[in-house]
Write a protein that binds this ligand. Structure first.
Ligand code: ADP
Length: 177
C-alpha cells in the first residue's frame, strides 16, 4: 500500500496555534505529514532551526503520524526526496492568497506530479502570525492564547537574554511571515 505522505513547509519562527491547527487537520487527511522547517528562509529569524524544530516536536508530540524535520534547498526536491506527493499550506487572509497562488504555480511548473493543498485557517487563528507573536512577546505582552506554554517560555527566555542577536535594539517586527 502506498503511504499518502504530505509535507507542510514553513519558517515556524516560532510555531503557533494556527500552525498546530493546520498540522492537526492535515494529519487527519494524510497517512503521514512531515512538518518541514526551512533552514534559512529569506527573513530575519529569532530562533535557530534547531530551536524551531525542537519547539514543534514538543508541540506536536501527541500526533503519531506527524514528523518534524529541518530542510534546506528547493522545496520540490525535498518533497520528492521524502516520497511525498502533496505540499500543505495554510491560507489565512486574502493577502496570503496571491503569494500562495504564485508559489503553487511555480512549484507545479517545477514538479507537476506534486499538488499543493491549502487548508483554510480556522477563524479562531486567523489573526495569528509568527511576526505578531514575536512583536507582542518582545514587548512583554501575553501570548498564551497564541502559542503553547513551552513556546511562550522560549519566547520569554529569548527576549530576556542580553546576549541574543539584536538584543538592546528594537527587534525588527512586522516582517512578512
Ligand atoms: P513561511 O515562511 O513559509 O510563510 P510561516 O511559518 O509563516 O512560513 O507559515 C507556514 C504556513 O502556515 C504558511 O502556509 C502560512 O500561510 C500558514 N499559516 C501561518 N499562520 C497561520 C494561521 N494563523 N492559521 C493557519 N495557517 C497559518
Amino acid at each position: 500500500m502506498t503511504i499518502r505522505r504530505a509535507v507542510y513547509p514553513g519558517s515556524f519562527d516560532p510555531a503557533h496555534y494556527g500552525h498546530i491547527d493546520i498540522t492537526t487537520r492535515a494529519a487527519r487527511t494524510f497517512d503521514e505529514v512531515i512538518v518541514a522547517v526551512y533552514d534559512k528562509p529569506a527573513k530575519q529569524l529569532l530562533f535557530t532551526v534547531d530551536e524551531r524544530v525542537a519547539m514543534l516536536r514538543e508541540a506536536l508530540k501527541d500526533i503519531t503520524n506527524v514528523r518534524v524535520a529541518p530542510f534546506s534547498g528547493l522545496l520540490v526536491h525535498y518533497v520528492r526526496e521524502v516520497g511525498a506527493f502533496a505540499i500543505v499550506r495554510g491560507l489565512r487572509v486574502f493577502s496570503d492568497f496571491e503569494l500562495e497562488f504564485r508559489m503553487a504555480l511555480a512549484n507545479r511548473r517545477l514538479a507537476p506530479e506534486i499538488d499543493v493543498i491549502n487548508f483554510i485557517a480556522d477563524e479562531k487563528h486567523l489573526h495569528i502570525s509568527s511576526s505578531t507573536v514575536r512583536e507582542i512577546a518582545s514587548l512583554g505582552g501575553d501570548v498564551s492564547s497564541m502559542v503553547p506554554p513551552a513556546i511562550e517560555a522560549a519566547l520569554i527566555a529569548k527576549f530576556s537574554d542580553p546576549n541574543r542577536d539584536g538584543a538592546g535594539t528594537n527587534y525588527v517586527v512586522s516582517l512578512p511571515d
